[in-house]
Design a protein around this ligand. Structure first.
Ligand code: FRU
Length: 474
């Protein structure tokens, strides 16, 4: 540990202590990962190591509006209840002095390896796109999942293909058939988003093998790429910037989309049949990992960069901002990537209130509305101002804030849904995640109810189901 690391640790401990344990609880969710203080963005280094789940995230402890990035760290045994473990990686070397940016974890032989981007912004008259920025690929290791050491610079801009801008980042590493692979997001000099595929024999020395790209540009930059297998399909997941809105699609500032790679990923072309992972307001930069039982689990940032012109989360007043989504199990059905909350959630609910078409009550601040039906109409209002609605004749599912204060400036998002057969609406204090039709469509949003308990008004025709709750001692 160098003197910088020690200094950061001391300052962060002071910040946490000064912040106290009682402040900032108003909108703090129970099951979603949130920073103890300050700002959170992308999930990083997701893994299960020796039975324990580890989630790291982009963390700015000193300012709820962002700033210098560290890796926050938390652990869990059930993917629902998380314990903050402190700051795992800090900007304390010349090659990461302006931020320990996003990256991933590789579990292997009793060791965890972390790969991340060391961000450096030189001082001077630069545009910070083509000049002035270093994107360094760095590795750190941990044997016990708690101490992080042995940082080593593996690659810097001179090691990436020549036609790229300075924007290359977010290494996601995995091992396959005895070799190591890494994807990184990049912006070419022609302002085209691409994912670079690297290969290595030892996890230390890397060479660029292939470029995953579309024929026509799909945005100017791809952030946080991920390549993984689910149900025999190879999925490419990217978070592109610079994609224009297209009807109900791509309405957020930036997107997160997936497509399937056909054939060998080492030489695949990227087809342009992208699907947005989430149709709500707050979802970006997801990352996946494989649990020890084989499940492919994905977590996203339940937030969005560069939205200041549209909305500000009121939790900033409480000294913190943003959460991650619930972990979601991925599967492929009818060539559609589906997401559902991890099955641990099903086991956690232990108290159920059945309904047929209507329900009107205040079930608490953390619950699920699960419904299924054969068609008709569905309209549910949460906290008097977040409406989730669908009419068979219209064929669009809407998430609309009818109370602007509740959405802190968010308005409405929709998605074409011809048939609605089942819904799961998970409400956790200030987080709402909606899963439709076995997770084919998902909407995520933050919201800010002014009461501790959240009212539910449901009026549907053709739908029945139950409210799921967790009651202690039941
Ligand atoms: C995505 C992102 C990443 C970067 C990180 C910095 O939200 O911009 O590309 O590594 O956030 O916090």
């Amino acid at each position: 540990m160098n003197v910088l690391t020690r200094t950061w640790k001391g300052l962060i401990a002071e910040k946490l202590e000064a912040y106290g344990k009682t402040e900032g609880q108003r909108w703090r969710p129970r099951l979603h990962i949130a920073p103890p203080v300050g700002w959170l963005n992308d999930p990083n280094g997701l893994c299960q190591y020796q039975g324990v789940y580890h989630a790291f995230y982009q963390f700015s402890p000193f300012d709820p509006k962002g700033g210098l990035k560290f890796w926050g760290h938390c652990t869990s045994r059930d993917l629902l209840h998380w314990r903050f473990e402190g700051t795992a990686l800090a900007p304390d070397e010349a090659y990461d002095c302006h931020g320990v940016y996003s990256g991933s974890a590789l579990v292997e032989d009793g060791q965890l390896s972390f790969y991340y981007t060391g961000n450096v912004k030189r001082t001077g008259d630069y545009d910070y796109i083509r000049t002035g920025r270093e994107s360094n690929t760095v590795r750190a290791v941990s044997v016990d999942g708690m101490q992080f050491e042995g940082k080593r610079l593996l690659m810097s801009n001179g090691d990436y293909p020549e036609d790229l801008t300075c924007h290359v980042r977010d290494p996601k590493v995995w091992k396959q058939e005895g070799r190591y692979y890494m994807v990184q997001g990049a912006r070419t000099a022609e302002d085209k988003g691409v994912a670079l595929l690297f290969e290595s024999e030892d996890g230390e020395h890397w060479s660029c093998l292939h470029r995953l790209e579309t024929k026509e540009p799909f945005g100017y930059m791809w952030e946080c790429p991920d390549v993984f297998q689910v149900d025999g399909y190879t999925v490419l997941s990217i978070s592109p910037q610079g994609v224009k809105a297209d009807g109900l699609k791509y309405n957020n500032v930036y997107q997160s989309v997936t497509t399937f790679l056909d054939g060998d990923f080492r030489e695949a072309a990227v087809r342009e049949d992208f699907r947005e992972l989430d149709a709500g307001f707050d979802f970006y930069a997801p990352q996946s990992f494989q649990a020890e039982d084989g499940r492919r689990i994905q977590i996203g940032w339940m937030g969005m960069p560069d939205v200041d012109a549209y909305y500000t989360n009121p939790s900033v007043e409480d000294g913190w901002q943003h959460t991650l989504t619930l972990p979601r199990e991925l599967s492929v059905r009818d060539r559609v990537l589906c997401q559902k909350p991890v099955r641990e959630l099903d086991d956690w609910w232990n108290f159920f209130i059945p309904f047929v078409n209507t329900y009107s009550d205040v079930p608490g601040d953390c619950f699920e509305v699960a419904a299924s039906g054969t068609g008709g109409e569905f309209r549910l209002v949460l906290a008097g101002g977040l409406e989730l609605s669908w009419k068979e004749e219209e064929g669009i599912f809407w998430m609309s804030f009818t109370d602007q204060r509740l959405g802190a400036g968010r308005a409405r998002r929709g998605r074409a849904v011809e048939k609605l057969t089942d819904l799961r609406i998970i409400v956790d204090v200030s987080c709402v995640e909606v899963f439709l039709n076995g997770g084919r469509e998902v909407f995520s949003t933050r919201f800010y109810p002014d009461r501790e308990e959240i009212g539910v008004e449901l009026r549907a025709s053709g739908f029945d189901g139950r409210i799921c709750l967790h009651r202690e001692g039941t």
